[in-house]
Design a protein around this ligand. Structure first.
Ligand code: NAD
Length: 477
């Protein structure tokens, strides 16, 4: 079998490889992917450092052309790349193709941003002096990504890093190297100079840790768990390094008595269970007021009966498998914890077998949960959600905000008054009204508060906050 290698200083390299396994069919090896060493990582950092002076001064047209070419190729190959994504991560084919299209759109967006780089010229408070404010690239950026969005998250970090003139050492999650390899290959062929974008696949404890320990990374943009994010933060203080951390969530979805029941059920089922609940923006706390509670639970249960859990590539599958055995164990452990804590299992909770050996779990709904239970406070990151009954809107808002996290927060209501109040008072980076908590646009800021995020926002023009540093220049006229 071919080994998909790491790209270091413009050369494909690496003989040690690990198998990329399909969670829908564990007999299927998606491919063999290089597993880099600390030396590989340091070589990649040195290459990115050497490439920085020239790339940071490259013309905006050159950056535009490369980013545009990459976006166009990803779009042209959306079905093939979508299938690769579904095979390595387990989300359904339509979800995977949608994510691939998103990656293409992100490259198109930053191809445009490259042509819109601008600064400000302002008068000084002193006579005969001019002031210019410009943005400059940071330097070598370390990019560390999780497994749950194998193409979109790498795209939304790589595209702005390149757009603003930075060079990159990119370390994708071990479980899903395939899509990362594909986009690095596409960008490399699109004409990036050697060393501008380096790919080092491999273990977090080796490749990731070597990146954290390096004094030569000017910034690290990280998406993943809170625990790893804290390591990134602590190491970065040591190295005086800029950081952007996107971490976990325990996102609430409030359903009020006046909600349109079908809108609420569609939004809640999507938020909690699509993409197998493996989204940082997934909603696992459904906070429901008394007057609609029983009707909502009944309608949700009916809805869950209609969702097929099966092979990600099979037509008609609504929910693919859990990503791997470890995550499956986490999910089933939390299901047991929920039962022990006294929540009522209203639907699911069981492993399922299908034609192929995979990590199949029923969507699982608890009712009679409280917001103090572990299943309501800790991120599970699987197809498990609980219904928390509350008296009224005021209690619903208080429960929604009573969490260590603050990424996305949703409400289903037909009341303008409550929708408006919720938008203003939800303690989250993103608020959704009559929409799922997951599902965002690519041209506007993405990120959260509290334990969910640290640093400036990702995506849209706000990405410049992280990927550039501001210079203020004064000139005597
Ligand atoms: P993880 O923290 O285990 O791994 C994330 C990345 O960090 C991987 O590439 C991993 O190899 C690397 N890593 C592990 N140990 C490291 C170390 N010592 N030094 C440097 N790098 C190291 O997270 P995961 O399981 O891949 O992803 C799931 C988590 O990601 C969930 O908590 C989810 O909520 C979060 N997530 C957040 C967002 C967001 O935007 N807020 C989006 C997607 C996922």
């Amino acid at each position: 079998m071919t080994i998909y290698q790491n790209l270091i200083a413009g050369e494909w390299t690496g003989a040690d490889a690990v198998e990329n396994i399909n969670p829908s069919d564990t007999k299927e090896v998606v491919g063999l992917y290089a597993s880099g060493s600390a030396t590989d990582t340091n070589n990649a950092i040195a290459a990115a450092k050497a490439a920085f002076p020239a790339w940071s001064r490259s013309g905006i047209w050159e950056r535009h052309v490369i980013l545009k070419k990459a976006g166009d190729e990803i779009m042209a190959r959306k079905d093939e790349l979508g299938a690769l994504l579904a095979r390595e991560e387990g989300k359904t084919l339509p979800e995977a193709i949608g994510e691939t299209i998103r990656a293409s759109q992100i490259f198109e967006f930053f191809a445009g941003e490259a042509l819109r780089l601008a600064g400000e010229v302002v008068p000084s408070v002193r006579p005969n002096i001019g002031v210019e404010i410009t943005r400059e690239p940071l330097g070598v950026i370390g990019i560390i990504t999780p497994w749950n969005f194998p193409i979109a998250i790498p795209a939304w970090k790589i595209a702005p890093a390149l757009c603003y003139g930075n060079t990159i050492v990119f370390k994708p999650a071990e479980l899903v190297p395939g899509c990362s390899w594909a986009i690095v290959d596409i960008l490399n062929r699109a004409g990036l100079p050697k060393g501008v974008l380096n790919l080092v696949m491999g273990k977090g404890s080796i490749v990731g840790q070597t990146m954290l320990d390096s004094p030569d990374l000017a910034g690290i943009t990280f998406t993943g768990s809170v625990g790893t994010g804290k390591r990134v933060a602590l190491s970065s203080i040591e190295h005086n390094r800029k950081i952007q951390l996107e971490m976990g969530g325990k996102n609430p979805m409030v359903i009020l008595d006046d909600a349109d029941l079908s809108v609420a059920v569609e939004a809640a089922a999507n938020s909690a269970f699509f993409s197998t609940g493996q989204r940082c923006t997934a909603s696992s706390r459904l906070i429901v007021t008394e007057g609609i509670h029983d009707r909502f639970v009944q309608a949700m249960t009916e809805k869950l009966k209609t969702l097929n859990v099966d092979h990600a590539l099979k037509t008609g599958t609504h929910i693919g498998p859990v990503v791997d055995e470890r995550q499956l164990k986490t999910d089933t452990d939390y299901i047991e914890i929920g039962k022990k804590e006294g929540a009522k299992l209203a639907f699911g909770g069981e492993l399922i077998s299908r034609d192929t050996p995979g990590f199949y779990l029923q969507p699982t709904l608890f009712t009679e949960a409280t917001n103090q239970m572990r299943i309501s406070r800790e991120e599970i990151f699987g197809p498990v959600a609980s219904v928390i009954r509350v008296k009224d809107y005021e209690e619903a808002l208080a429960v929604a905000n009573d969490t260590p996290f603050g990424l996305s927060s949703g409400i289903a209501t037909t009341s303008l008054k409550h929708a408006t109040h919720f938008k203003r008072n939800a303690e989250a980076g993103m608020v959704m009204v009559n929409l799922p908590t997951a599902g965002v646009d690519f041209h506007v800021p993405f990120g959260g508060r509290k334990a969910s995020s640290y640093g400036s926002r990702e995506q849209g023009k706000y990405a410049a906050e992280f990927f550039t540093t501001v210079k203020t220049a004064y000139t005597l006229a």
